[in-house]
Write a protein that binds this ligand. Structure first.
Ligand code: SF4
Length: 341
């Protein structure tokens, strides 16, 4: 999957964007302000070639609505990428775009230039949240575009957000369920961050939007991620990539955390342990066993999961240790106080 590929990003900040989505400022999110040209593509590939290739190398056009860019500019960028593909300098091309900027003619063009993966910014499958976010498309456009992309033989990645204006945790979970129905090959989840110089920032300052905190994001994503896992759909990204621009003050509030994905994984373990401990008597000692690679996720940052479980169930002790278990599996032993763990 592309999460393990080496990505050569080429940002096309806001090119082709027909609407100003309230949460978005790609110049601040990507840290790029210059529109990409064919030379930008060639230069990005030259830079990547200075280190040996150890995995699939993919050129990715991100940060705008690629297929809504003026056609001659699209072709200029795609031709530069295709030339590198034909020369074996890269292994694949991917791009992100809006669901209402997809039709058969557009997809035929992408096919001709060797594009492998199309990412669609669904953001939500709730029309009220899409309208409040000024996306300019509805959930129906996402279903339709997804069908076209898959029927044309591309890999499909869908991007969703949590905590948009007009969103609720229940609507986010429903968005995830509807995205699963589109059968994507992967998803990206971006909990809403309030970025400076956006309409959302103004709404938040005016008290018309309540911040989607890191805790809000962790809580709802810990409900959503298992749905994708059960459907066999990889979550290839969770949370905005940290950048100097965002960390330096552009991310004013909201769900911006450099280890958001880890926090969510840890919360999923907490939720599973909590469910298994229902009915356990106060004062008991508990041993939780997990796959060796997931001990830290079960333990949580600053042993937070274990402390919370101990307090919530009034246990005398909670420990975690590695065991020969499948990833995601949890085994719990409850021991009378006084016995050795
Ligand atoms: S979210 Fe996408 S379509 Fe909306 S402004 Fe940002 S790049 Fe453009």
């Amino acid at each position: 999957m592309s999460a393990r590929a080496e990505i050569i990003p080429v940002f096309v900040p806001h090119l082709g964007c027909r609407h100003a989505c309230v949460f978005c400022n790609q110049r601040r999110i990507s840290g790029e302000s210059c529109p990409a040209t064919a030379e930008t593509v060639r230069e990005a590939i030259r830079r990547a070639e200075t280190v040996p290739r150890v995995k699939k190398r993919e050129l990715a056009f991100y940060g705008g609505s690629f297929t809504a860019i003026e056609e001659t500019r699209q072709c200029e960028l795609l031709a530069a990428a295709k030339a590198a593909l034909d020369q074996g300098k890269i292994d694949a091309i991917r791009l992100s775009t809006r669901p209402d900027a997809i039709d058969e003619r557009v997809l035929a063009r992408l096919k001709a230039y060797g594009v492998e993966t199309v990412e669609l910014g669904a953001q939500s499958m709730d029309d009220a949240a899409l309208t409040a976010s000024k996306r300019g498309h509805g959930a129906g456009d996402v279903f339709h575009a997804s069908e076209l992309v898959k029927a044309a033989g591309f890999r499909l990645v869908l991007q969703m957000m949590t905590g948009l204006p007009g969103d609720t945790p229940g609507r986010c979970v429903e968005t995830a369920r509807r995205i699963i129905k589109c059968k994507p090959d992967g998803v990206r989840i971006y909990p809403t961050v309030i970025v400076r110089d956006t309409e959302l920032y103004e709404l938040w300052q005016a008290g018309a939007y309540r911040e989607h905190t890191v805790e809000d994001a962790v809580s709802v994503c810990a409900r959503i991620v298992p749905l994708f896992e059960r459907a066999g759909i990889p979550v290839i990204r969770l949370g905005l990539n940290p950048t100097d621009e965002l960390s330096g003050g552009a991310a004013v509030a909201g769900a911006y955390h450099p280890a958001l994905g880890e926090l969510v994984k840890s919360r999923i373990f907490y939720n599973r342990a909590e469910a298994l401990l229902q009915g356990v008597k106060p004062g008991m000692r508990v041993m939780i066993e997990v796959n060796p690679s997931q001990v830290s996720q079960m333990t949580g940052q600053h042993r937070q999961n274990l402390t919370r479980l101990r307090e919530q169930f009034a246990l005398s002790d909670v420990k975690v240790r590695p065991a020969a278990l499948e990833k995601g599996e949890i085994r719990i032993s409850v021991i009378e106080n006084g016995d050795a763990l």
